[in-house]
Unconditional design. Sequence first.
Length: 380
Amino acid sequence: MIDARWQRLAEVLVHHSVRVQPGERVLVEAFDMPPEFVALLSRTLTQAGGVPIVDMKSSIVLRTLYQHASEEQIRFIAGLERTRMEGVQGYIGLRGTPNFAEMSDVPAEKMKLVRQLWWTPVHQEVRVPKTKWVVLRWPTVGMAQAANMSTEAFEDFYFRVCTLDYARMERAVQPLVELMQRTREVHIKGPGTDLRFSIEGIGVVPCFGLRNIPDGECFTCPVRDSVEGEITINTSSVYEGNLYRDIRLRLHRGKIVEATCADDGDRPGAGNPRKLNTILDTDEGARYIGEWSLGFNPYILYPMNDTLFDEKIAGSFHFTPGNAYQEADNGNRSSVHWDLVVIQRPEYGGGEIYFDGRLVRKDGLFVLPELQGLNPDQLR
C-alpha cells in the first residue's frame, strides 16, 4: 500500500510546483531514490496529462565517474544532457543520497570540471532559466541523524514541512515583495556581521513551493559592486562533500577580499581555509555575490547541513557567493552558487535587518505589521 503522504507530496510536485499542462514533457532526475516513489510520481504526471522522462541515478556510480572522467568525456555527457534538457518543459529533481560526503574524495580539479562543463551548461544555462523546475530532498537515515532526530520523527517532520499550505505562504509574502521592490539599501547587523548593499533595480522573487520543496524564502541580489562590510556565517555548510564551519567573509566594492573558516584539516570531508579559497577562486564571479534571501519556513528551525532545508530556516537569511539567477540578476556569472545561511533568532545571537534605515526584522521576527503574516505563528 502506498503511503498517503507520498501521494500528497507527488501531487504538490506535479500540480503546485511544476503545474504541468497536457502534453508537457517533464524530466524526472532521481538520485538514490526509492523506485516506488519515482513510479508513483511518474503515474501522477501521466494522470495530469504530462509526459514523464525518467532518469534514475546513483551517487556511488557518479562518484566513480567524477573521479576518473576525462574532460572530453564530461563534455560529451553534458552535451547529451543539455540536448535532453532543451527538449523538456518541466524538471523534477529528486535527491535521496544518504551520505552528504559521498563526493568528498573526488579531486578538486575534477569537481571543477563537472561544475564548469556539466552543471553550468545543463542546469544554469538551460534548466533554471528555461524550464518549470523544482528540486526535492528525500528523507534518509543520514538526514535524520544530521537533524538529531529519530528516523520516524524525522519522516513526520519532513512530510509536514514539504506539504504545508503553500497557498497561504504565497499570499503572505506579497507585501514583502512589494517592500523589497521599493528598497534601495539593505543594512544587516548581528554578531560578527555588519553589512550594507544596494538592491535597487534588482528583481525580487518570492518562493512558495514552485522551485524548492521544502520552500519558504524571498530572494533578490545585491548590486554587484555595492556590498561593503563583513559577515559571520553561524551555521555549518556542506559544499561538494566538505563541511565548512565558522565561515567569515570581508567584502569591499562587492568582492570577497578575505575569507576564513575553521581549519579541520586536509582529510576528505573536512573544510579548511585553503579549500574555501580554492572554491572562491574558481572564476572571477565566485568572489562576488549572486543572491541574498530571507528564509521563513515555520517548521524549519535548526540547521541540518542540507542547504535545501537550511536556507528556509525561520528567522534566517542566506548570502550567496557566485552565480546570479536571471530573475534577480546583477550580471554576476560563475560556476559557483553557494548559499551560506545566517540564523538571527535570539538563541543564535539575534540580529537586525534594515531597509533604507527602517527596521524590518529583529531577532528573526518581522516587525512591520504588513509583514507579520510571515512569522512562524501565522504560517503554521
